[in-house]
Design a protein around this ligand. Structure first.
Ligand code: G1P
Length: 294
């Protein structure tokens, strides 16, 4: 049984699509309702069984690390004022869960960011969660669905797993797009109506294709479960689309060596790295939480 306990969350990007909000606040700390966006992503990882989270950051992103640390001065002050419950709520990481940060140094792309975590991940197989994408925690069960499902699937057959969802034709150029070995082009072709995620073999990925070149409309959502071999391929990957070292190129190399599957997503995903969809996500999370407060 290949148990996944480690996860990498790349947080080094400048977040230019979120300016001016992201000028002095890391985009990962911008609120979705009453929590910073990255809070939900870390909660999702923990619900799926992750114990060790590695943030791959940048000098200007140390506020993210602080969010997951204990602020001893604030803690003492709150307890001194009898606000123990509030103090406890700030130290919410479960016992045994660690969050550490390593720096990317140069901004050479997503593949390069994931490779930067190798000194901490070591020989472990691991998950990757892109913090721009926040999965709806209200309509799925994070301890069973999506990342948790992918971790289980990996434990069963050893195939790396990539989460995908169908996107509209006009959005295909923004994502890594899956090419399937079987005649599936849409998530609904794959789903077997069992009310659970489905996982099928993938033939390859094309990073940000034009609609004409896209092999399907199944887009990589930003959740991955990798066998440790991906590091060897990342180390050999050279810059391609956008002059960056792309994770999708290393995945293509991994496919020819060992199996890689796509898992169809359950529930909704929100892009918190793009201003328009961030605002929609904020409204959704805020409305949910205001309704719960009633
Ligand atoms: C990255 C990946 C892409 C994936 C996307 C999901 O792109 O390279 O394959 O579909 O995340 O958000 P980015 O959005 O960082 O340009």
């Amino acid at each position: 049984m290949k148990n996944i306990t480690h996860a990498v969350i790349p947080v080094a990007g400048f977040g230019t699509r979120m300016l001016p909000l992201s000028k002095s606040v890391p985009k990962e700390l911008l609120p979705l309702g009453n929590r910073p966006a990255i809070h939900y992503v870390v909660e999702e990882a923990i619900a799926a069984g992750i114990k060790h989270i590695v943030l791959v950051g940048h000098a200007q992103k140390s506020a993210i690390e602080n969010y997951f640390d204990i602020n001893a001065e604030l803690d003492t002050q709150l307890r001194h004022k009898g606000k123990d419950e509030l103090a406890d709520s700030l130290n919410w990481l479960p016992e045994g869960v660690t969050v550490s940060m390593i720096r990317q140094g140069k901004a050479l792309g997503l593949g390069h960011a994931v490779l930067a975590a190798r000194p901490i991940i070591g020989e472990h197989d691991f998950a990757v969660l892109l913090p721009d994408v926040v999965l709806d925690p209200y309509t799925t069960d994070m301890s069973v669905d999506n990342l948790a499902f992918m971790i289980d699937a990996f434990a069963n057959d050893g195939h790396s797993q990539i989460l995908v969802e169908s996107v509209a034709d006009e959005d295909v150029h923004k994502y890594g797009i899956a090419q399937l070995s079987q005649a599936f082009s849409d998530a609904s072709d794959i789903d077997d109506n069992t009310n659970s995620n489905s996982s099928v073999k993938v033939a390859g990925f094309v990073e940000k294709p034009s609609l004409a070149d896209a092999p399907s409309n199944l887009a990589v959502v930003g959740r991955y479960v990798f066998s440790n071999q991906i590091f060897d391929y990342l180390a050999q990957t050279t810059a391609s689309v956008g002059g960056e070292i792309q994770l999708t190129d290393a995945i293509d190399a991994l496919i020819s060596e060992s199996g890689v599957n796509v898992t169809t997503m359950r529930g909704d995903s929100y892009d918190a790295g793009d201003m328009r969809s961030y605002m929609q996500a904020f409204v959704y999370f805020a409305e949910r939480q205001l309704a719960d407060d009633k």
